[in-house]
Design a protein around this ligand. Structure first.
Ligand code: DAH
Length: 339
């Protein structure tokens, strides 16, 4: 039995020294010291020993157990240190190496312009509202005092889903939607996408952006409209910006006007940018037609208002000196990263 115990001691030492991980150590602990382990197996034979031999073998067995336990501990520590050293080595960071660079995105120029315009209107006490792009002919035309035979209703200009449902051709559709459910006074802008059957070219796209403006209160006059738009364009294009109004016709405003911006490139002289005109057409506007107010349940004898509809794609073209509208929609990074 003494031999068996000494053999076990040597065998255990060898196995422990060869162990490569704490998992292997644990397996060895079970194998040598576990309840069904090799030491236990030897001790089971104690019964066959004589009375003098038994305590001696008992002491030796305890010594072997102690030895193996000690070795397990020593080897365990060594393995843990090795593992830590390996981890530190593999995770070493050289802080002097150049960092890994991540490209930051930024807003699309159209979005930047829209944000800029929104800020200006918020500063003037306007609320920003949103509306559906799929509209009914009622809100897009009828509620806006547009006669049944008006050319803007023509199917060759408009995307119809059915005789009563279409892709809105103008953000003006939001005027009636809003007025139906809100009592004056209010000042709103409604930015969004609009659609018309236009061929794609440098200045046309079947999908384009507008910002609708609508103010209704007691005593609103054309000068309020002028002052508001003057402020807007001065903020965007600079203090020396000039605007002018030309009489026009829209079914939903009376009187109606188109507003031009003096060409900021030539200051009215006429150049390539403004096609020699000196002025650039920017938007349609006017005083809300009494019929529109009436259709929306607002008394035109008590309230008046102004409205305007501004095409922001063209505005962005002027703002950023872009000569072809298609560039805004092409998603070409070489173009977009310039802004
Ligand atoms: N909706 C018109 C268009 O798309 C623009 C417009 C003109 C809007 C006059 C208005 C307005 O609100 O009062 O051509």
């Amino acid at each position: 039995m003494q031999e068996k115990l000494e053999f076990l001691r040597r065998e255990a030492l060898e196995a422990l020294e060869a162990a490569k991980s704490s998992e292997q150590l644990e397996e060895l602990r079970v194998r040598f010291l576990g309840r069904k382990g090799e030491l236990t197996a030897i001790l089971k034979q104690m019964g066959s020993l004589s009375a003098e031999e038994r305590p001696k073998m008992g002491a030796l067995a305890n010594d072997v157990r102690g030895f193996i336990e000690k070795e397990l501990e020593v080897r365990g520590k060594a393995l843990a240190e090795e593992a830590l050293a390996r981890k530190l080595e593999s995770e070493r960071v050289d802080v002097t190496l150049p960092g890994s660079h991540r490209e930051l995105g930024h807003k699309h120029p159209m979005t930047s312009l829209l944000d800029e315009v929104k800020e200006i209107f918020i500063g003037m006490g306007f609320e920003i509202i949103d509306g559906p792009e799929v509209e009914t002919t009622f809100y897009n035309f009828t509620a806006l005092n547009t006669p049944e035979n008006h050319p803007s209703r023509e199917p060759q200009d408009t995307f119809y889903f059915s005789p009563d449902v279409l892709l809105r051709t103008q953000t003006s559709a939001m005027q009636a939607r809003y007025m139906e459910t809100h009592k004056p006074p209010f000042r709103i802008i409604a930015p969004g996408r609009t659609y018309r059957k236009d061929e794609v070219d440098a200045t046309h796209s079947p999908m384009f952006h507008q910002i609708e403006g609508l103010v209704v209160d007691k005593g609103i006059k054309f000068t309020d409209l002028k002052g508001t738009l003057d402020m807007l364009f001065k903020k965007i294009y600079g203090e020396d910006t000039r605007i002018r109004f030309r009489p026009h016709h829209f079914p939903f405003t009376e009187p109606s006007a188109e507003m031009d911006l003096q060409c900021f490139n030539c200051h009215g002289e006429g150049c390539r940018m403004c096609h020699g005109e000196g002025w650039i057409e920017m938007l349609g506007c006017g005083m809300v037609h009494p019929n529109v107010l009436r259709i929306c349940g607002i008394d035109p004898d008590e309230y008046s208002g102004f409205a305007f509809g501004l095409g922001t794609d063209r505005m962005a073209m002027w703002r950023y000196g872009v000569s072809d509208m298609r560039l805004f929609f092409d998603n070409d990074m070489r173009f977009l990263t310039q802004f």
